[in-house]
Design a protein around this ligand. Structure first.
Ligand SMILES: Cc1cc2nc3c(=O)[nH]c(=O)nc-3n(C[C@H](O)[C@H](O)[C@H](O)COP(=O)(O)OP(=O)(O)OC[C@H]3O[C@@H](n4cnc5c(N)ncnc54)[C@H](O)[C@@H]3O)c2cc1C
Ligand SMILES: NC(=O)c1ccc[n+]([C@@H]2O[C@H](COP(=O)([O-])OP(=O)(O)OC[C@H]3O[C@@H](n4cnc5c(N)ncnc54)[C@H](O)[C@@H]3O)[C@@H](O)[C@H]2O)c1
Length: 472
């Protein structure tokens, strides 16, 4: 067995692991990176990238079918589903070099394409190599959760790991789970010409503000997606091409294909965590607020640590632990400025507290500023007027922002800066957005916050009257 030593051993070459490896190696640490499957992990191969590429194919088809409003005749799109999947794989291939073995070896990282397994608190085996590291970073991500629903084991089904390779267009796609995966894939498929039924055990987009989620759900229903809520899948029957989902309340939904999108489970099975004294729970590896596991020389970042499971969170975690593992400086995670977005059309985005969470925490001190998309001139020009932005404000500072509408995901980046720096609404009001942009929403919502204070205030009116009397 070959024996190697390094400063930082990274297990998993997805969004989190690659960020640590790139940063640490370029700052002078010796780094070994293990990847047992595909470089780039879930985001590149089975997650963010293919799902956004398929949504883009759906958007192209939808644009052809809904051009009348712009004076361009509607066309029934001729969708080649297999070619749409080729487009998805072409997009992956264009991005893949950024995450490749060659690029990381160029940084001086030693990449070993094997799964890692702890054999002691400081040693990890990867194939026939034993690695001893000063610090280990577990970044092994998550996999689709497949619950033991009776009958599921005898019926063919897709997950995010297989769907993007499916070349035959589903006539009728049944999706169990109405979270972001379920609804993004529902819209992509309905626009590419499949019938779609989403079977959701509780409330669809249940992690978001219900008022904002409703904007998206209404739009999806208007496009023809059947979304049933409070419908827990309890049994699955049938065979390839003819699948039935029976729900707890006795209803049956029939379709040709089935996609399971009911959440994630952390990838810990192959790690032999006990050998390293690392504890994990049902949701993921146990970490403290500096992302250290119960073995203080081992960090866990990204999806495997549970919590918010997004690529930008894995990247943020990487930055937090680099500071501590390379420079020995204290470094802790914060969550109040972490955004998330669902890339349906319209999009849905959240950062910080929702209105209900803010109300529960701050009661009467909470002020909520709102601005509707239909007052935004660019949204009117683009015929994208559905939706709104809500900003939760306490003592003049935003503590949460919810957006539903065109480019909501793009707009929420600004609010991450605002929350990360504890900025005031007056600083948003001071910005100038070019006209006409969707970004003007952000300034206008600040205007909506200050308008009553300025326009409905007897004090301001008295003050202006006084000054005007004396002004030459
Ligand atoms: C369909 C879908 C769409 C998504 N869309 C978005 C989106 O639009 N925006 C967003 O922010 N997030 C999105 N996500 C979430 C995002 O993909 C994850 O949050 C992100 O990939 C997590 O990064 P990670 O580094 O923690 O794990 P991963 O990217 O999953 O990487 C982990 C890597 O570790 C490897 N590995 C596992 N065990 C071992 C081992 N023992 N040894 C060596 N290697 C190992 C795996 O093979 C994998 O390559 C989406 C997810 C899905 C499923
Ligand atoms: N745009 C994005 O950033 C994006 C897109 C896709 C996925 N993701 C990430 O991936 C994670 C997983 O997404 P997801 O949509 O699989 O999970 P999720 O946990 O967000 O949603 C799963 C849904 O399935 C439902 N469910 C569970 N068991 C069920 C059953 N038996 N019958 C019917 N419904 C059932 C749950 O009530 C829940 O609403 C997300 O939380 C997010 O972190 C992000």
């Amino acid at each position: 067995m070959e024996k190697l030593t390094c400063d930082i051993l990274v297990i998993g070459a997805g969004s989190g692991g690659l960020s640590v490896a790139a940063g640490a190696s370029q700052m002078g640490a010796s780094v070994i990176l293990l990847e047992g499957h595909k470089m780039g992990g879930d985001c590149l191969n089975f997650g963010c990238v293919p799902s956004k590429a398929l949504l883009a194919a759906g958007k192209a088809a939808y644009g052809q079918a809904h051009a009348n409003d712009f004076g361009v005749a509607d066309q029934t799109p001729l969708v080649d589903y297999a070619a749409a999947k080729d487009h998805v794989h072409d997009v992956i291939a264009q991005i893949a070099p950024m995450d490749s073995v060659e690029r990381f070896e160029g940084f001086g990282v030693k990449v070993i394409q094997e799964f890692g397994r702890f054999v002691s608190p400081t040693e990890v085996d990867a194939g026939d190599t034993r690695i001893t590291a000063r610090r280990v970073v577990i970044a092994t991500g998550s996999s689709p959760l497949v619950p033991p629903i009776p009958g599921l084991d005898s019926v063919p089904y897709e997950t995010n790991e297989t769907l993007f390779d499916l070349k035959e267009k589903p006539d009728h796609l049944l999706i169990i789970g109405g979270g972001p995966i379920g609804l993004e894939m529902a819209q992509a498929h309905v626009r590419l010409g499949s019938k779609v039924t989403v079977i959701e055990g509780a409330k669809a987009l249940g992690k978001d503000d219900p008022e904002m989620a409703a904007v998206v759900l209404d739009s999806l229903r208007a496009e023809g997606v059947e979304i049933v809520e409070d419908a827990l899948a309890a049994e699955i029957r049938g065979e390839a091409g003819a699948i039935e989902v029976l729900t707890k309340d006795g209803a049956t939904y029939a379709g040709s294909h089935l996609l399971m999108a009911v959440g994630r489970k952390s990838n810990v099975d192959k790690l032999n965590l006990e050998a390293a004294g690392i504890e994990s729970t049902r949701t993921g590896i146990k970490v403290d607020d500096s992302l250290k596991t119960t073995n203080k020389k081992v960090y866990a970042i990204g999806d495997v640590a549970g919590g918010l499971q997004f690529t930008h969170v894995a990247g943020y975690h990487a930055g937090v632990i680099i500071k501590s593992a390379l420079f020995g400086m204290p470094s802790k995670v914060k969550t109040n400025h972490i955004p998330w977005a669902t890339y349906t059309d319209p999009e849905l985005a959240q950062i910080g507290l929702t209105e209900a969470q803010a109300r529960a925490q701050y009661g009467d001190k909470l002020e909520v500023a709102r601005f509707e998309y239909h007052h935004n001139d660019r949204a009117i020009a683009e015929r994208k007027t559905k939706g709104l932005i809500k900003v939760m404000v306490v003592k003049g500072r935003p503590i949460g922002v919810s957006l539903a509408g065109h480019q909501a995901g793009e707009q929420c980046a600004l609010w991450s800066m605002v929350l990360a720096n504890n900025m005031k609404m007056s600083q948003i009001a001071a910005m100038i957005a070019p006209y006409p942009t969707i970004a003007e929403l952000n300034k206008r919502v600040a205007g909506a916050y200050f308008s009553p204070k300025l326009f409905d205030s007897p004090f301001v009116k008295r003050m202006v009257g006084f000054v005007q009397r004396w002004m030459p």
